[in-house]
Design a protein around this ligand. Sequence first.
Ligand SMILES: Cc1ncc(C[n+]2csc(CCOP(=O)(O)OP(=O)(O)O)c2C)c(N)n1
Ligand SMILES: [Mg+2]
Length: 355
Amino acid sequence: MSQVLPAEGGLRRVIGDGSSAPDGEVDGLGSEELLALYRNLVLLRTYDERSVVYHRQGRIGTYAIFWDHEAMQVGSTFALEDHDWIFPSYRFSAIGLLRGMPVSTVLQWWRGHPAGWWNPEEYGVASICVPIGTHVPHAVGFAWGSKLKGEDRVAIAHFGDGATSEGSFHEGATFAGVMKAPVVLFCNNNHWAISTPVAEQTAAPTFADKAIGYGMPGVRVDGGDVLAVYDVTREAVARARAGEGPTFIEAVTYRAAPHATADDPSLYVDEERVAEARENECIGRYERYLTRLGVLTEERAAEIKQEALERMRAGIAEAEAEPPADVGLVFEHAYAEPPPGLSEDLAELRRILGE
Ligand SMILES: Cc1ncc(C[n+]2csc(CCOP(=O)(O)OP(=O)(O)O)c2C)c(N)n1
Ligand SMILES: [Mg+2]
């Protein structure tokens, strides 16, 4: 097995461009696995594109778009065992679909319906984390705890470039290094934290350079190359499982969509780089790779896209068929001993809602 190199300058890449950059390959992936990766990429892309439409139709709330971030989610999840745990940020909200979570569950999360919260043990996927970086110590603590219990589990935490400026990231990474926790710190460097560019986020040459300060290897990978992401994550997971401790992965991409449905990036984004990123988006690249390999035909690709679309249609129908949640839930579980007046507030709310 190859070694993860500390803070490589260049990006790991497997998929070529069909001309001057040659295609590589990854050990252990036959055509069935290569197609499974493709199916998962398409599922996430379809989820994302439909969600933007559902948002515009008023059927889900504000939504954090992950267009062209699919390769990072699919490649890294494919490198895990089923009993390993994933700690996602809001950017990777639908990563549970790769673990068999129903589409309707994730849609309900974005609809603010309690049915959008799942039991993490069921899928090995923790709750979607909205506060930036606070799930990094959770993932590290989970991994360290698993190690103490003699379990064979690895945890992976997904966060953005901006999250590396947070205290939670620092605390989690410090702890992971010192305790040799079996964790993978997966940083999606999409060059933006809403409108803050990476140059204002750190003075370090790369985010992977930060790893050395925590005593762990840092590796940089092309975040749009699903096979390279799989490969680096697989190495990091093997390292963690072998008791050698954490790895920091910097997966590099350029955010080609707004931060979320409430954002207007035309005020700050570099349009030329967006155009370049859209041209080179991760699914098209992988489709062309599979076609060169003779693994994918146009008909097969069309069938896979149709299947994903049908899953989404069924998912939104299922979500919308669910009765609205009881507003009383907002008041429950907040206090062990509810303060006086809370029951009056609930009664007032019920009156306003005509219940
Ligand atoms: C603790 C905290 N501070 C601020 C915010 C507001 N906020 C939401 S997304 C975001 C940017 C995060 O950027 P990055 O970590 O690069 O992740 P990306 O959105 O690019 O995936 C900020 C500052 C928040 N959610 N939590
Ligand atoms: Mg970012």
